[in-house]
Design a protein around this ligand. Structure first.
Ligand SMILES: [Zn+2]
Length: 338
């Protein structure tokens, strides 16, 4: 079969790769219904994360189980399943505390931009949908695999609850779905920081009540102004740069929560500034597996439509075009169909 391999800066290829096979008795093989390009894939694509060699790509996926290993009990052939970007056993202490991305047996999934995928620890990793979804529901289910799960974690980690004022820093797909998540958790005021018209529109559709164009010092000043110089109860940092992180911390009220779900690149925090800010900080690789049953149910019952972040759909063999479109920000997020 053919799959996606990144060779270096802006050099992604769809080429012959080995057909996945059951390796461990706890594995499953799934036929991908849809996959997509992640914002985090772009760090490597842009040459910011150095590669050690040709690297298979893709960690967001949903599809139909084709085969299971002899030890797999909860996932069956023919089921439509969604999994997260880290395989996890869902039984170790970290998993039981709800941090499956820190699973003692975790394995990163990185071959999902392909027609067929091997998923390790299938019983712990994969969550079956209640049935086979109609075609139009697939993008929404795919979104739960990472981008919605990560936005949801941003809201969960920042303890968003009814009545709160929430700021979302970042208008990528994760930021937009962090808005949706904050709305679901009952936030009263949701301020999305975005300077792109199409993204602002989607943020409003997902529940943003206010849009702020400014960034950095000006962005902080606007939030202070809008909150009567108190700061927001919760700020969801969905970018991962020094500027976005400081903007988040400085926009939060003392005692408020900052979550951060964008992989930090070059972020350094000043201890003294952090000390006097009096904020809670919580972030990391989103334990999407914790939220999957709930998120799949919200999609299945038509309560949320997170797949709206996919504004470009391409056949899988045009994966290079998908990377390019996200790289130059002409697409928010690209869905790939095998
Ligand atoms: Zn575990």
């Amino acid at each position: 079969m053919r799959g996606t391999v990144l060779y270096g800066k802006e050099d992604v290829r769809f080429e012959d790769v080995p057909e996945p096979k059951i390796v461990q008795p706890t594995d499953a093989i799934i036929r991908i219904s849809a996959t997509c390009v992640c914002g985090s894939d772009l760090w490597s694509y842009r040459g910011i994360n150095p590669l050690t060699g040709p690297t298979p790509m893709g960690h967001e996926y949903c599809g139909i189980v084709e085969e299971v290993g002899s030890a797999v009990t909860s996932v069956k052939k023919g089921q439509f399943v969604v999994g997260s970007f880290f395989a996890s056993d869902n039984t170790c202490p970290h998993c039981c505390f709800g941090y499956q991305t820190s699973c003692q047996r975790k394995e990163f999934i990185n071959r999902a931009q392909a027609p067929v995928l091997r998923v390790p620890l299938a019983d712990g990793t994969l969550v079956p949908a209640p049935g086979t979804p109609p075609k139009e529901m697939i993008p929404h289910l795919l979104a739960t695999s990472d981008v919605l799960g990560t936005g949801w974690f941003a809201a969960d980690a920042a303890k968003v609850s009814p009545g709160m004022t929430v700021v979302v820093v970042g208008d990528g797909a994760v930021g937009l779905l962090a808005v949706l998540s904050a709305k679901q958790m009952g936030a009263e005021r949701i301020i999305a920081m975005s300077r792109h018209e199409t993204r602002q529109k989607l943020a409003r559709e997902f529940g943003a009540t206010d849009i702020v164009n400014e960034r950095g010092d000006e962005g902080v000043a606007r939030i202070q102004d809008m909150t009567k110089a108190i700061g927001a109860d919760a700020v969801l940092e969905c970018v991962g740069t020094q500027e976005s992180m400081m903007q988040a911390i400085r926009s939060t009220r003392p005692g408020g929560h900052v979550s951060y779900v964008g992989v930090p690149h070059g972020v350094e925090l000043d201890g003294e500034q952090l000390f006097f800010s009096n904020v809670h900080l919580h972030g990391g690789p989103a334990p999407v597996r914790r939220f999957l049953p709930q998120l799949i149910n919200l999609v299945w019952t038509g309560k949320i439509h997170p797949g709206k972040v996919f504004d470009l759909t391409l056949p899988l063999e045009k994966v290079a075009e998908a990377y390019r479109a996200m790289h130059d920000r002409s697409a928010i997020k690209a869905l790939l169909q095998p």
